[in-house]
Design a protein around this ligand. Structure first.
Ligand SMILES: [Zn+2]
Ligand SMILES: [Zn+2]
Length: 148
């Protein structure tokens, strides 16, 4: 806010948790943005479908670094704001070097449209999303890692 603009490489993305205690910034666009229909993400978010942006670990900054973490599913670590408890990040052992941030935390969420569906086989029957994006029945691992 009080930047003297000597840094022309300002982060293209900024975000915050529900209570604003936890701030996020990313120096690059996410690798991918995906819907996730799995039961874990549904319970975590409380929403019919979750959406996450995947960032290379080195491009993401979270301040203060979240110390409150939880592992419910083996191989999945989720971090939460210590003040409001909102989910702010997640890491998956099978998706190395990537951090997943709920897309709704970003100030620029309007520009972060998902391009794929993960675990589409768990999509709720009454949820009608009219798009032509790929619907993966699993984790869409290769899509998420950008391997194509
Ligand atoms: Zn918070
Ligand atoms: Zn999920």
């Amino acid at each position: 806010m009080f930047s003297t603009s000597q840094h022309s490489d300002a982060p293209p993305l900024t975000g915050r948790c529900y209570c604003s205690h936890t701030r996020l910034s990313a120096s690059r666009k996410p690798d991918v943005v995906s819907y996730c229909h799995c039961n874990s993400c549904r319970r975590l978010s409380g929403a019919p479908v979750a959406a996450f942006a995947a960032f290379a670990e080195t491009t993401l900054t979270i301040t203060p670094a979240p110390t409150r973490a939880n592992t419910v599913t083996e191989g999945v670590t989720r971090w939460f704001c210590p003040s409001c408890g909102a989910a702010v990040a997640a890491a998956y052992d099978y998706l190395p070097d990537q951090i997943y941030v709920p897309v709704g935390l970003w100030d620029q969420v309007e520009s972060l449209e998902p391009t794929t569906h993960s675990h589409a086989n768990y999509a709720l029957s009454w949820l009608h999303q009219k798009d032509d994006m790929p619907r993966h029945t699993g984790s869409a691992r290769t899509t998420l890692l950008g391997d194509d």
